[in-house]
Design a binder for this molecule. Structure first.
Ligand code: ATP
Length: 258
């Protein structure tokens, strides 16, 4: 039997009179690459915000690796191995790509201020190891050449890849990718598809992908959950979901083409 890494149990989020996520239950198996789709306003990003601790849950539970993490803060969620990206890229403005990548390593910093000031042997060994890891990952994402550029000066496609690189450097067991191909041209999108496969298959990071590009979702996800009005309207393989009448009516038939 597949091992669950994440389980949402009757998850609900209310914003005043609006219920954005409504009794939403789902599981993600370890190693799975799950697509979460649905029309605008369906509740996908809100679900990510609840899992990552960026929003407080109204009711229901979030279970991660058999632990209830419903009330954790975002930093605590990151510490236990859940990384995420946002629709609006959240790189630190005014800093270089490398400096942004270095931010990912704060959770492992076990050297103190004196180590940093005097650049002790322990500090230098760690710094070298981290830099090697950053370089290797930037190279894999094909953005090593931008390492010393300020993030603000880079095209959106490069910024988005840098954002995902930073999330990967946190060494998560689970990653939540929120519209990672937004703002990318077709060749960047193709490249990102390969990167997402690499993240999931080679790095063995369980993945939930929210994405409006149906070509991406249908090509790489083994299972898809379709949300509408805060809850599931369909779930299954890409083939089954595409043929589902409710999905076609609610979503695919209107503004999206497969
Ligand atoms: N902070 C908030 N305050 C009030 N309402 C919100 C807030 N965040 C989201 N909503 C509302 O909750 C509903 C779900 O929004 P959400 O962003 O989760 O949808 P989505 O499926 O991610 O949509 P999209 O594909 O357009 O990003 C929408 O009606 C939205 O307007």
């Amino acid at each position: 039997m597949s091992e669950e890494i994440l389980k949402l149990v009757k998850l609900t989020k209310k914003f005043g009179g609006l219920t954005a996520v409504k009794d939403f239950s789902m599981t993600l198996n370890k190693g799975e690459l799950l697509g979460l789709i649905g029309p605008n306003g369906a509740g996908k990003t809100t679900t990510f915000n609840l899992i990552s601790g960026n929003l407080a849950v109204s009711s229901g539970n979030i279970i991660y690796q058999n632990n209830d993490i419903t009330d954790l803060r975002p930093d605590q969620v990151a510490d236990i191995g859940i990384a995420r990206t946002f629709q609006n890229i959240r790189l630190m403005s005014g800093m270089t790509v490398l400096e942004n990548m270095q931010l990912a390593f704060h959770i492992w910093n076990d050297y103190n201020i004196l180590d940093t000031i005097f650049r002790t042997k322990k500090f230098k060994i760690k710094e070298k190891k981290y830099l090697e890891e950053i370089n290797k990952t930037l190279k894999h994402f094909n953005i090593l050449d931008y390492k010393n550029d300020k993030v603000d000066d880079l095209p959106p496609g490069i910024q988005r890849k840098a954002d995902i690189t930073r999330a990967i450097l946190l060494k998560p067991d689970l990653i939540l990718l929120d519209e990672p191909t937004a703002g990318m041209n077709p060749s960047e999108t193709d490249e990102l598809v390969e990167i997402i496969k690499w993240i999931n298959k080679d790095l063995k990071i369980s993945t939930i992908l929210v994405e409006h590009d149906m070509r991406v979702i249908m090509n790489i996800c083994s299972r898809i959950i379709v949300m509408e009005n805060g809850d599931i309207i369909a779930e299954g393989s890409p083939e089954n979901v595409q043929a589902d009448k409710k999905v076609i009516e609610a979503y695919l038939g209107k503004s999206y083409q497969v």
